[in-house]
Design a protein around this ligand. Structure first.
Ligand SMILES: Cc1cc2nc3c(=O)[nH]c(=O)nc-3n(C[C@H](O)[C@H](O)[C@H](O)COP(=O)(O)OP(=O)(O)OC[C@H]3O[C@@H](n4cnc5c(N)ncnc54)[C@H](O)[C@@H]3O)c2cc1C
Length: 282
């Protein structure tokens, strides 16, 4: 067994923190100056500001703008040892955490701040079509797919074949879905407006799908109304987002979503660097 802590006098409490997102980082910082040995373990070497991941995914920010090396953030603090490693198991009986290479790290106190995983709400088959948005890798993959779609659109000479490349579907109108849809529309209407010769990027369509009662379900209803008004009456600087609602019950698929009418999503999938399949329920 290998014990990994900074050397401290015998009896110094050893605190292991798994994960250095918001929770883990604040825990480590709160222990600054305390007479404890802290070991911070994260599978990534950076702390990530997740709320701005969608800006990286849509090319509004670079990765380095929202990520900072954990050891740099904690550099002025004397007690934490920072380890980049994946925790595979916790043995509560023996008070050790087990890393991916079998190394064991002993603790007196353990803080688990490993965050949450994304969910497809029972539709795990969507995973290849739409990556999650929890890590920098996820954001960069989404960005790659979005930008490649515009590049492919420029290579198409027929409008009918170009339209699918310029159709972006966001499933789920919670805060992140709304942010993503809004930024995709902003790219189309503002950022890329003068960049292409064979099409006007403002022709791109962003479709936000929500199966629940309303978009932004966790927020006050008047925000829902404002969002829909913005979507229905886009101005030059407006949203450019279509909002559609479809039911969980029954065999509903993307062909029944009015905004997708005329878009050959089957062809899109065959070609696809962005693949879309909207189907909910059994
Ligand atoms: C796109 C997006 C937008 C968001 N927008 C907002 C917002 O506007 N406002 C708001 O308040 N919140 C927002 N959130 C939520 C907020 O970011 C999270 O609630 C917060 O990041 C959770 O912090 P955490 O420390 O619990 O977990 P995380 O920040 O997820 O950190 C967990 C850490 O644990 C590490 N880890 C996980 N498993 C292991 C393992 N086995 N071994 C080693 N390390 C591991 C990970 O690498 C990660 O660094 C958003 C989240 C996302 C994804």
């Amino acid at each position: 067994m290998t014990e990994m802590t900074i050397d401290r006098p015998n009896g110094t409490p050893r605190i292991v923190i798994i994960g250095c997102g918001f929770g883990g980082l604040f825990a480590a910082q709160a222990l600054a100056g305390a007479c404890v040995a802290v070991t911070v373990i994260d599978r990534a070497n950076h702390h990530l500001f997740q709320p701005l991941l969608y800006q990286v995914a849509t090319a509004g920010l670079s990765a380095t703008a929202i990520a900072a090396p954990i050891r740099h953030v904690l550099r002025r603090q004397s007690n934490p040892l920072v380890l980049m490693a994946e925790v595979l198991a916790i043995d509560g009986g023996r008070r050790v955490v087990v890393l991916e290479d079998g190394t064991e790290v002993a603790y007196h106190y353990l803080i688990v701040a490993s965050g949450a995983a994304h969910s497809y709400f029972g539709h795990d088959e969507w995973a290849p079509c739409a990556p999650g948005l929890k890590t920098l890798d996820d954001a960069l993959e989404i960005r790659r797919r979005v930008l490649v779609a515009y590049e492919r659109a420029e290579r198409e000479t027929a409008d009918a074949r170009r339209a699918p490349w310029l159709t972006f579907v966001v499933i789920g109108a919670g805060a992140t879905g709304v942010e993503m849809a809004g930024t995709l529309a902003e790219i189309a209407r503002l950022t890329l407006r003068d960049e292409f010769r064979r099409f006007d990027s403002r022709a791109a369509r962003v479709i936000l799908l929500e199966a629940g009662e309303r978009v932004l379900p966790a927020y006050p209803a008047d925000l829902t109304e404002k969002l829909i008004a913005l979507a229905e009456h886009p101005s030059e600087a407006g949203s450019g987002v279509s909002v559609s609602r479809f039911w969980k019950q029954g065999a509903v698929d993307y062909k029944q979503v009015p905004q997708l009418e005329g878009v050959d999503l089957d062809a899109y999938r065959k070609d696809g660097s962005i693949e879309v399949k909207v189907s909910v329920g059994k």
